[in-house]
Structure formats: C-alpha cells, structure tokens
Design a binder for this molecule. Sequence first.
Ligand code: NAD
Length: 250
Amino acid sequence: MSIFDLSGKVALVTGGGSGLGQGMAIGLAEAGADIISVSSSDSNGTVQAVEKLGRKAYQIQADLSQEDQLENVFKKALELAGKVDILINNAGIIRRVPAADHPAKDWHDVINLNLNSVFFLCQLAGKHMIERGSGKIINIASMLTYQGGINVPGYTASKHAVAGITKSFANEWASKGIQINAIAPGYMATDNTSALRADEGRSNDILARIPASRWGTPEDLKGPAVFLASAASDYLNGHVICVDGGWMAR
Ligand code: NAD
C-alpha cells in the first residue's frame, strides 16, 4: 500500500546495529527507506541486510552519550545521505542496581544516553525537518514510561522523560509538518533483557503477565515503526504506542 511506502526516504536509526534498532532499520528498508545506523559498536549485519534489500546503508560509529559529539553525528549523516526524513531515537542502556545504592555514574550514564541524546538529536533533526517542512521522529520509550520497575531508577526516569519530550516537541512541531511519537516496547528478547531472562523467577513472572504468552522480538517493531515513519500516521502527534503483547492491558 502506497500510504506505507518509504521509497526515497532516509532514516537515521540510533542503535541500529543490534536488537530492536536493527529490527526497525530492516523494517524501514523493507518499506523502501535508505538507512543510516549510528551505534557505539559494529553494525552486526544491519548494513548487509539493508543492502540486500536494494537500499543504501550507511554506518556512523559514535558514542551518543557524549553530548559534544551529537552535532557532528548529525552533520555526518547529512554529508552521507543528503537529508534525514525519519529519525528513530532507539539507542539506550539499562543499569540494574537497587535505588539506595544506585551509583551516580550509572545514573548519569543512563540519563546522558537515554534522555539527553534523545533531546539533542530531536532538536538537531527537528531544525532540519522544519526547514524542509516535513519529517517523522520516533522515540523509543518503555513499559517503564508508565511503571516504576525494580533496581532501575535512572532508566525509569529517562523513559518517563522520553514521553514528556515527545509530547512537548509534538505540540510545537505538529503545525510544521513534523510528526513526533514514541513506541513503548514491552518485554523483548534482546541484550537489554538478557539478565532478566537469565533469572528464572523474574522471567516466569514476566511471561505469566504477558497476554500474548511470549517475549517480543525485534521483528514485532517493524510494522509500528513503518506506520509511524510513513504517511499513514500524518495526523498522529505526541502519542506513545505500547507494543507489548498486551502487558499494559492486563
Ligand atoms: P540492545 O542492547 O540490543 O541495543 C542497544 C543499542 O544501543 C545497541 O545497538 C548499542 O550499540 C547502542 N548503544 C548503546 N550505547 C550507546 C552509545 N553510548 N552510543 C551509541 N549507541 C549506543 O537493546 P535493545 O533492547 O535493542 O534496546 C533498544 C531500545 O529499546 C533502548 O532504548 C531500550 O531502552 C528500549 N527498550 C528495550 C526493551 C526490551 O525489552 N529489550 C523494552 C523497552 C524498551
């Protein structure tokens, strides 16, 4: 369906080299987009998978938790692909230490990547998109945008704030042709949740609450990402869509 067609579009996906970012990058490429993947580590096959689909793929290696690198990353993306139509702020980390002992370093590391990089990349992409009169931004939130979690206070704070800045930017930019929304994934089988899945007790408790009776996969985010990146969502602004197998409905 042409309403979901991303041919001729360029998508910048942070953390596109693995897990959910890789799933979404490949999903957008399947819908026709060229991909710029920004990760701190190697792309782990994303570039090859995108090229195999006949799309262009670029890779930028950068530590997005370093605020002073963000402008260069965006500049480099424009040099490589000429424009950015779609931004997915997906790169994120989690640090699991009980709140009373949660180290300051863990707090700052998580906030720098999960929140500060999202804010500044939204700003950089937004300015470019405002000039062009259109653009799509998708921020990756979490179930911990709504709930407190256990042992992850910095992560929870960052993901609550992702919803806040998504709505805040959406209010200012909806009239400028830019749609900014978020996806809140449920419990997904990636590196981010390997510690949870290795803990049999927690893993069984989590699974018992998921109406779909399974952990999510990176492929589960392809459809929602294409929807939010395409003309199909042109009148959707400032929403957080839960892709969670029913977790929040329970
Ligand atoms: P992941 O660990 O597989 O992927 C994280 C990605 O971020 C990697 O590609 C990594 O290279 C990149 N990254 C990490 N630190 C970086 C840095 N400093 N600079 C640049 N890139 C960096 O985890 P994932 O599960 O795919 O997580 C992706 C996003 O989804 C995160 O924002 C995470 O919080 C969110 N999320 C995950 C789940 C889940 O269950 N897996 C649930 C809700 C939300």
